[in-house]
Write a protein that binds this ligand. Sequence first.
Ligand code: NAD
Length: 270
Amino acid sequence: MATNTRKSVALVTGGGSGIGRATAVRFAELGYSCVVADIDEQSAKETLGMLQTPGIAVQVDVTMATSVEAMVTAAVQRFGRIDCAFNGAGTEGSYAKIADHPEEEFDRVMGVNAKGVWLCLKYEIAQMLQQEPVVSDPARWADKPDVCRFRGVRGSIVNASSQAGLVGHPYNSPYCASKWAVLGITETAAVEYAKDGIRVNAVCPVVTATPMLDRIKAKLPPHLRGQDYTKFFPVGRIAAPEEIAEAVCWLCSDACPFTTGEHLKIAGGM
Ligand SMILES: NC(=O)c1ccc[n+]([C@@H]2O[C@H](COP(=O)([O-])OP(=O)(O)OC[C@H]3O[C@@H](n4cnc5c(N)ncnc54)[C@H](O)[C@@H]3O)[C@@H](O)[C@H]2O)c1
């Protein structure tokens, strides 16, 4: 088992925009080398340009196994291992009640948000299983040899769910279904790989100021447009992507070795 004296490696899908971009930036601020992956390669390169640590930009379509496998291969070829991953790539889908929703939209949204997370886990976990467990800060845990952190960690993964993965989300049933699916996949992966030293958690943000939110506002049915979102949340505002990024990096970090299979609602007191 190795001691963690080197810099860790983080992979972020959806890293070209919004929460994914903020997460890559935060990982880099914390000293991680970064793999910034997105279907929009140019946006991934723009994010890479914001980082002060070593990194690569990778074009990936998370709905395709060959593409996801190639992303993981590129990460390992460059950095040798993947310590942390944030599976943030996602799509908001369209807005209509179920009776009016096009069938193909259900498949598309589930493909990106649910199958995409599943495929990323599949290849990230396969890689992490080959990695030697790393012990970080062993002196701190020297008197607690049974603490899982002391046994070493192969990797830690956080998936993007949503508040829409916890409650119903009118007019957005495919998105809602996909985000509930992410929680089921997260909890299952966490149980399957807990003894291997791989942690898997999820975040469930509410309304966050990203390009996705701008698109959602334009797609809402007319009677829901122009709402003041700040009224919904006790803190009196919506989230900034950097606030979600901070939670992702904490869940990925060595700070919470006993936390796996969890989802963290980030909802401004809602
Ligand atoms: N913004 C919010 O209010 C909010 C709230 C809760 C959850 N989320 C979730 O957080 C995640 C990030 O959302 P965001 O607001 O930053 O959105 P965003 O649109 O700003 O960023 C999403 C990124 O995913 C990429 N992407 C889309 N399809 C892809 C694919 N097939 N393969 C690879 N990359 C792909 C896009 O190119 C984009 O860069 C999403 O999963 C979203 O569902 C967002």
